[in-house]
Design a protein around this ligand. Sequence first.
Ligand code: 9D3
Length: 250
Amino acid sequence: MRIDVLTLFPGMFTGPMDESILKRARATGKLDLRIHNLRDFTHDRHRTVDDRPFGGGPGMVLKPEPIFEAVETLKAEGEPPWVILLSPAGRVFHQGIARELAQRPRLLLICGSYEGVDERIRQALVDDELSIGDYVLTNGALPAMVIIDAVTRLLPGVLGDEASALDESFSQGLLEYPQYTRPAEFRGMKVPEVLLSGNHAAIAQWRAEQARRRTAERRPDLWARWLAEHAAGDSSRTRTGSQGAAENPG
Ligand code: 9D3
């Protein structure tokens, strides 16, 4: 997948986008990531990217010309990209959106700034507008990196087979179960007996129950969705008499 990023702060991307799984995805050509400085698409001496808002008010607004020129230049370089504006006014990013974006051959991410952008950019250039959550950041560079990270790990061959298979497992939509490694007792805290038992069926059952219980306690929103999705045709856990607290978490 090719991802172009338009930003006022290209330096923020060096480092985070060159470590770990992202680094390998780029090195193996699975991710073709290109960071562009918006100022490179200006023509005046001061490389001006913003101007005062019509109608008055505080702050500045990203002017249309550099962004239009950048998007039009990049669009001409091959197949048309899906153009995303990062802004606090976008719909909130989640794993489902990451899965959808991972299907596209090419993305173009436009990083907003605290200044906001001229509305004609939305009107004429942008296919979708995304936020990463309800908190205020200084600009859209970190949100762009969050999206690149979430999408890249879903690209074919980027994660090892084990990690991808794990992702596809029954536990989708639930929080992780508790994990332990050696020693079996540490400062008086013991690893649950079942994990030392060698009984793989019992272990799987314990983990599934822990994941459900933890999700119900901590994330009632996720729990409600999981219950709804697993309601049809699955009476094994919800039937009267099944053991475990996960069924009646409240
Ligand atoms: C005047 C209202 N402010 C919105 C709350 C203006 C404003 C503040 C901060 C406009 C942009 C920004 C910079 N943030 C982003 O560009 C951004 C962002 C964010 O701040 N939080 C979560 N997701 C995103 S995506 C882009």
